[in-house]
Design a protein around this ligand. Structure first.
Ligand SMILES: [Zn+2]
Length: 302
């Protein structure tokens, strides 16, 4: 069962909204695409684990710990009766080469060796578990989740699971039965308590309200709705339909993610959503879903 689920990182949510509302600088854009791709790989792995794992096991996703003043991340962790498995997930695509303990992309660019990252986390996590009074053996694996990833010249003894080996690995995993007790749950609780929720690695570019494009975007293709003031909005690009109420509320959520310190007022939402509806229509929807605080021009919604 999932004991700690994975949420879309706030950094990715913000970049996703910014990407459709402003021209991201080249480096920010590629950083955004890298994050997005990584998250897709993680979601793929999570759903595979959830549908394949058998027996009593606790799954903890997306953990960030600090031990001995050093931060380390564990993408996915499974507590079984006699073992703790950790997974470092990579969603690289294309051809890579392993040479003298280093990874190279097909263009010859030297990459950080994810095995080193795995070993570093393993050492820190082993010490952290000892500190928590846990002596269960640790089995760390590096998982390449993309079906079109290939690593040339990789030694066979690396702790790697490649995409074509995933199903077999999970079968092997399931072949060892697992029964948990209160001690395992307690351990999972301690790990969740030690998790640092806000990543200090976040890189969010600077932006202002004024420079962002206003309007309501399509939930499936991100293009801007052309509002013909009907009850439903129809995307001219992908044909997706959404009623004005849910589309407007989605836009309000985006506004709140980008500007958590700003008050939600009728005027602000009216402008943010592209001013295609009357202020009255906007106020009616806000009144229905939020609590109105204050009166007249000082009124805001929360
Ligand atoms: Zn669309």
């Amino acid at each position: 069962m999932i004991f700690k689920s994975r949420q879309e990182p706030l950094e990715l949510t913000i970049l996703r909204i910014l990407n459709k509302r402003m021209e991201l600088p080249e480096n920010e854009k590629s950083y955004y695409l890298k994050l997005k791709k990584g998250y897709e790989g993680e979601q793929y792995f999570d759903s595979l684990m959830l549908e394949s794992l058998k027996g009593e096991r606790l799954i903890l996703n997306d953990l960030l710990f600090k031990f001995n003043n050093t931060l380390f991340q564990i993408d996915s962790l499974v507590i079984s009766q006699h073992t703790i498995h950790t997974f470092e997930l990579k969603h690289h695509e294309g051809d890579y080469q392993f040479e003298k303990d280093d990874f190279y992309s097909s263009s010859g660019k030297k990459m950080n060796n994810p095995i080193h990252q795995l070993n570093r986390s393993e050492t820190l996590f082993r010490n952290m578990l000892n500190n928590l009074g846990c002596q269960l053996p640790l089995e760390p694996k590096l998982v390449f989740t993309h079906p079109e990833f290939f690593l040339y010249h990789a030694p066979r003894d690396l702790a790697i699971i490649y995409h074509p080996q995933l199903n077999r690995s999970l079968k092997k995993f399931n072949s060892k039965p697992s029964k948990l007790n209160a001690w395992h749950t307690k351990l999972a609780e301690k790990l969740v308590a030690a998790h640092i929720p806000k990543s200090p690695y976040s890189q969010i570019p600077e932006f202002t309200y004024e420079e962002l494009k206003k309007g309501i975007t399509c939930s499936s293709c991100d293009s801007y709705f052309v509002d013909d003031e009907g009850k439903k909005l129809v995307c001219k690009d992908c044909g997706c339909e959404e009623d004005i109420e849910s589309a407007l509320l989605r836009s309000v959520k985006e506004f709140q993610v980008l500007f958590p310190e700003r008050k939600v007022t009728t005027g602000v939402v009216w402008e943010w959503c592209g001013m295609s509806r009357s202020r009255k229509a906007v106020r009616r929807i806000l009144n229905k879903h939020f609590k109105c605080v204050g009166h007249a021009q000082w009124a805001y919604f929360e």
